[in-house]
Design a protein around this ligand. Structure first.
Ligand code: KIV
Length: 267
């Protein structure tokens, strides 16, 4: 299937079988998730935190994204591969189009960008070039510094209406689906019921959207130092890695003497 066919198949999932999406940042995880039948693999700029060790996504550059998009694309997933446009790479329609083209050249089949009304020109430019776009509304991680923290959205009728207005503007501009992040359940359900493209929720409560997306490290428990309150881990990969490494230490005869701390000071 072409990227446009995959994107329209995604769009047709509105009201049908829920969309199951996950982030992926490298070849092996992309292959594993694709073998299981995940619908959409997002090379999210969350990689800034869970792969690169930055405090938030505002440090992620286009070069970081291209490197990881290419790794995921090498798995040749059946799933739609979506690349996040990083902060400050889509300030104008022309810049957004240039960035989207570079993401596609690296292997992305669609791109995602954050924001509603202010992104209409950017979405139109990218879609007109034949590149599918996914919107992202609600809590926008790239605005964490500007907003002074991560806050739930859609808490008031006015906020819900603003999210809906943003969603409608993005749909008119041509998005295939919209990620809703950290929108309170009633507002997520309301917006989802009012629009004709699928919503894909994260931190919006169960069954409030047309699908769900999770950060892979939250799902498999491989980033134990910060776990968002809404995460529902299905595995303890961090524990398994620690156990395997401790068994390895013992096997090579290098286990620390009893009483020695196994963790090293950081920094
Ligand atoms: O970067 C990311 O992982 C995302 C998800 C939280 C949707 O944008």
């Amino acid at each position: 299937m072409t990227s446009l066919e995959k994107a329209s198949a995604l769009r047709r999932r509105k009201g049908g079988r829920p969309i199951a999406a996950l982030t992926a940042y490298d070849y092996s995880i992309a292959r594993l998730l694709d073998e299981v039948g995940i619908d959409l693999l997002l090379v999210g700029d969350s990689l800034g935190m869970v792969v690169l060790g930055f405090p938030d996504t505002t440090h992620v550059t286009l070069e970081h994204m291209l490197h990881h998009v290419a790794a995921v694309a090498r798995a040749k997933p059946r799933a739609l591969v979506v690349g996040d446009l990083p902060i400050d790479t889509y300030r104008t329609p022309a810049e957004a189009l240039e960035t989207a083209r570079r993401m596609v050249a690296a292997g992305a089949e669609a791109v995602k960008l954050e924001g509603g009304l202010r992104q209409v020109g950017q979405v139109q430019a990218i879609v007109a070039a034949g590149i599918p776009v996914i919107g992202h509304l609600g809590m926008l991680p790239q605005r964490v510094l500007a907003e002074g923290g991560y806050r739930k959205k859609g808490r008031t009728p006015e906020q819900s209406e603003a999210i809906l207005a943003g969603a409608r503007a993005l749909i008119d501009a041509g998005v295939a689906a919209i990620v809703l992040e950290s929108v309170v359940p009633d507002a997520a359900r309301f917006v989802s019921s009012e629009i004709e493209v699928p919503t894909i929720g994260i931190g919006c409560g169960n069954g409030t959207c047309d699908g769900e997306i999770a950060v892979i490290t939250d799902l498999v428990g491989s980033f134990p130092w910060f776990v968002p309150p809404f995460a529902r881990p299905e595995a303890d990969t961090a524990g398994q890695i620690r156990e395997a490494a401790a068994r390895y230490l013992a096997r090579v005869g290098s286990a620390p003497a009893p009483g020695c701390s196994q963790s090293r000071p950081r920094g």
